[in-house]
Design a binder for this molecule. Structure first.
Ligand code: SF4
Ligand code: FES
Length: 368
């Protein structure tokens, strides 16, 4: 083993990583179920992690030099590996029990409004609850409520859904030069808020939407327009003088419903060719909502375990048409279902309507 690498065993899989690597990063190099979930850690945001406790793991052997186990479960995003360390994630009943407890705590104040939440289908808390949550709640008290804050024309804040992971605060701190929002108060009263109701107008502030693991910060221009699993994600780019212009378009037909950063398998923004995170600017995110604004590269690869993979096909291969060979000619179409039907009002772009569509939007005469 080269001298400057540490050997670490996670769920009986041994790998070698450089000193200073956290247990979570080491587990990510193995991938799959061995990797603990992370709700607050975000490798592209300095100082993130250590808030949510979903990444707790058991260290059954501290190191080669000091093999004693660590007495308490540790946050894998904040604990660095030691040479010879042995870690248990899914092989530790203690860890799984603790994770169930953490999910129960996170859900104590969560409104569970997934049926109307725009984050449904791509919410980390939803996934975590399915995997580690209980089907019932023991919480009998009233959930937290907050005074509503308007944080500008593009971003919707639902404080009741926030899990106080601080990711959006780090984005505002590290990507913009004038942070106007942060976490106010402490304990049960802690909330994301703007100081003196200022709206957030920095070019890169839209990225708080993509880092939020739950539906606390959502895109106002996409709000209630579509369920994410009905849209088709494609990777696209454009020449932008503010950002790398590498985005993911969420299409329905040829309408662009939403523009987001491209995410990797850990749900984090990918790196641009120059090695820096490919955060996108507000102009690309909120104003370029026409397919013609973009050069489309191809369908996004979606993990087949994700609900978004529904009806999303890559590298589609059509079965061979054998009927023309058998009958010796092309079969006649009885009904051309590809004709555009006026019933669906193809002249109305849902993605361009301000806010949720209402019956008024459809009462306008055709070709108005
Ligand atoms: S609003 Fe979202 S990103 Fe910000 S602290 Fe709450 S959960 Fe985290
Ligand atoms: S991801 Fe480690 S504490 Fe939140």
């Amino acid at each position: 083993m080269p001298e400057d690498l540490y050997k670490v065993t996670i769920d009986n899989i041994t790998i070698e990583v450089p000193p200073g690597t956290t247990i979570l990063q080491a587990a990510r190099t193995i991938g799959g179920d061995v990797t603990p979930p992370a709700m607050c850690y975000y490798s592209k945001l300095e100082d993130s992690g250590g808030k949510c406790r979903t990444c707790l793991v058991e260290v059954s052997k501290g190191s080669e030099k000091d093999p004693r186990p660590m007495p308490k479960l540790v946050a894998s995003c904040r604990t660095t590996v030691m040479d010879g360390m042995e870690v248990k994630n899914i092989t530790s009943p203690r860890t799984l029990e603790a994770r169930r407890g953490v999910v129960e705590f996170l859900l104590i104040n969560h409104p569970l409004d997934c049926p109307i939440c725009d984050q449904a289908g791509e919410c980390d808390l939803q996934d975590l609850s399915y995997e580690h949550g209980a089907e019932g709640t023991r919480f009998e008290f009233q959930k937290r409520i907050f005074q509503k804050h308007d944080i500008g024309p593009y971003i919707q804040l639902h404080m009741t859904r926030c899990i106080l992971c601080y990711r959006c605060v780090y984005v505002a701190d590290q990507l913009t030069d004038k942070r106007q929002h942060g976490i106010l108060d402490r304990g049960e009263h802690a909330e994301i808020a703007t100081y003196i109701s200022k709206s957030l107008d920095h070019d890169f502030i839209g990225n708080v939407i993509d880092v939020c693991p739950v539906g606390a910060l959502t895109d106002k221009t996409f709000r209630f327009k579509n369920r994410v699993w009905f849209t088709k994600p494609v990777d696209a780019h454009r020449n932008c003088d503010k950002c790398a212009g590498l985005v993911r378009l969420w299409l329905r037909g040829d309408e662009v419903f939403r523009v987001t950063v491209r995410r990797d398998e850990w749900g984090e923004v990918i790196n641009a060719p120059d090695g820096t995170p490919a955060w996108i600017c507000n102009e690309c995110r909120f104003e370029k909502k026409k397919e013609s604004d973009w050069v489309i590269e191809g369908p996004t690869h979606i993990n087949r375990h994700s609900v978004i993979a529904q009806g999303h096909y890559e590298g589609l291969k059509m079965p061979k048409e054998f009927l023309p060979e058998v009958i010796g000619k092309k079969p006649r179409l009885f009904l051309n279902i590809h004709n555009v039907s006026e019933v669906n009002r193809p002249d109305i772009d849902l993605s361009l309507i301000e806010g949720p569509a209402t019956s008024d939007d459809f009462e306008k005469p055709i070709n108005d």
